[in-house]
Design a protein around this ligand. Structure first.
Ligand code: GLN
Length: 308
């Protein structure tokens, strides 16, 4: 075997530069009008290695909304409160050939396919206990804990923008209410929109990836939430549906549990090892960061990180 240089900012920066222009192959999400204002050229790349060391390159201070990446945090909290059976009795563990905002089988079996697509994620958040915005605040607190960043908050303009235009999500919410899965009012849907609007950096995403890669132990070794079984569940959902209908091809090429968001972020868990966080807002046709995917792919090849 040949020697590979250990992970360093230099290594990350060369991977970033090699893939920087992939943003030209994607498009910034504008179906949520406020997201359309993002700078398509912004790019950042972060890794937290097994020993908890943090490496950053690119526009490291740049904040963006976590969007669908929040779904893994909501899943964790719902399972902690209700147990796995309580969360999955009315939801599947299925992969998908459909985009993230598809109604899938809400009209047939009535059950969301999985907690990674919007329908299942809206359902998952509705299962978290507490009135009003309490469930959202639990998600925010958990993201603050995992990233050890108490300053994190949600972006109110993005939240308002999605609330004003998210009629498809609203449709799923009411269909699930009709099906008896959801009993609350639209405050529960607002909690989903708010969790999607939590703002963070690529470094924060690398810490989230690290957390699930390491049995829910934080990058600094804090083991308050240590739970190998829960980490296994969350990572398995990331692997089969975290990149939506691209998940199968992604498993073939990257081979790691990952979760994307339409804000341009992707978090990656390298089981038992590191966490990776990328940011580049131009998305491919599946709603996954275009340059982000290519940066991950290069690092994975260079360090032989695929599970397979
Ligand atoms: N807030 C977005 C939505 O519900 C999240 C989608 C995503 O990141 N894939 O449409």
């Amino acid at each position: 075997t040949t020697d590979i240089a250990p992970i360093s900012e230099k290594v990350l920066s060369s991977v970033l530069e090699k893939n920087r222009t992939y943003y030209t192959q994607g498009k910034v999400a504008d179906y949520i009008p406020e997201l359309g204002k993002m700078d398509a050229t912004a790019i950042a790349f972060s890794v937290v290695t097994k020993d908890g060391k943090i490496y950053n390159t690119g526009d490291t201070g740049k904040k963006f909304t976590m969007q669908s990446i929040s779904k893994i945090i909501a899943l964790m909290i719902a399972v902690n409160e209700k147990g796995e059976a309580g969360v999955f009795d009315k939801m599947g563990y299925f992969g998908t050939d459909q985009p993230f905002n598809h109604f899938s089988n809400l009209e047939t079996t009535g059950k969301p396919l999985n907690p990674m697509m919007n329908a299942g994620a809206i359902y998952t958040t509705s299962l978290i206990s507490g009135d009003g915005e309490k469930p959202f605040l639990k998600i925010l607190d958990m993201v603050r804990y995992i990233t050890k960043n108490q300053a994190l908050d949600y972006n109110k303009s993005v939240f308002e923008s999605e609330k004003a235009t998210g009629h498809r999500n609203r449709g799923m919410f009411y269909l699930m209410k009709n099906n008896g899965l959801i009993s609350g009012n639209e405050e529960q849907l607002d909690n989903y929109f708010k969790q999607c609007s939590i703002e963070l950096t690529a470094e924060d995403l690398a810490k989230i990836g690290y957390f699930f890669a390491n049995q829910c132990v934080r990058f600094d070794g804090d083991s308050t939430y240590k739970n190998a079984e829960l980490a296994r569940l969350v990572q398995s959902q990331m692997l089969i549906a975290g990149m939506y209908e691209f998940s199968g091809e992604y498993a073939r090429t990257v081979g790691l549990p990952s979760k994307s968001g339409v804000g341009g972020g992707i978090t990656v868990s390298v089981p038992g090892k590191m966490g990776i966080g990328v940011f580049s807002p131009a998305l491919d046709q599946h709603g996954n960061s275009s340059a982000g995917y290519h940066m991950i792919l290069d690092l994975v090849k260079q360090y032989n990180l695929s599970l397979f």
